[in-house]
Design a protein around this ligand. Structure first.
Ligand SMILES: [Zn+2]
Length: 165
């Protein structure tokens, strides 16, 4: 996907995540929801722009498009206390490159140069690229909703059953 697609994906995803995390149910809460969208949206958008730096530095879709780079961004806030949420931008960039475009990414680089993709991607230059970007983003927000709302419930139920309550 090109820069426009990645920025669109990052912004829409942040709007969705912001709403999921701080859903405004009355007018007085709208500012908190908007603040959450902004708080998440800036680092996520910066993270989403980062992997394509390898267009100029390294091998494109390899050097900065792999799981070790993602792991480093996930670990960074725990080690240094900043760059929270940037990993979400890096992750959504990978998802969009794997699911939304024809060419995949080298997930296991530098161990393997093989590029992985999903069969329903479209070429980056395709007129359907924006539509695919939006569809991938909707799927991501839906998955995030399941993780945010359902997984704690499953964990709670599992814990309850394990304890025999
Ligand atoms: Zn990319």
């Amino acid at each position: 996907m090109n820069k426009k697609g990645h920025v669109l994906n990052a912004i829409l995803l942040s709007v969705g995540l912001g709403y999921l995390l701080e859903p405004a149910t009355e007018p007085g809460e709208i500012m908190v929801t908007l603040e959450t969208m902004l708080m998440i949206g800036v680092p996520v958008t910066l993270g989403a722009l980062f992997p394509d730096v390898d267009t100029d530095f390294g091998k494109h879709r390899k050097t900065l498009h792999n799981l070790p780079v993602l792991a480093a961004f996930v670990a960074f806030p725990y080690v240094f206390g900043n760059l929270e949420y940037v990993w979400i931008g890096v992750l959504t960039h990978y998802v969009l490159d794997v699911a939304g475009s024809r060419r995949g990414i080298a997930l296991f680089y530098p161990l393997s140069p093989k590029e992985y993709n999903l069969p329903f991607g479209v070429p980056v230059s395709s007129s359907k690229a924006t539509l695919v970007t939006v569809l991938v983003t909707i799927a991501e927000v839906a998955l995030a909703a399941v993780i945010i709302f359902e997984v704690p419930q499953w964990g709670f139920e599992l814990g309850r059953q394990t304890l025999g309550l």
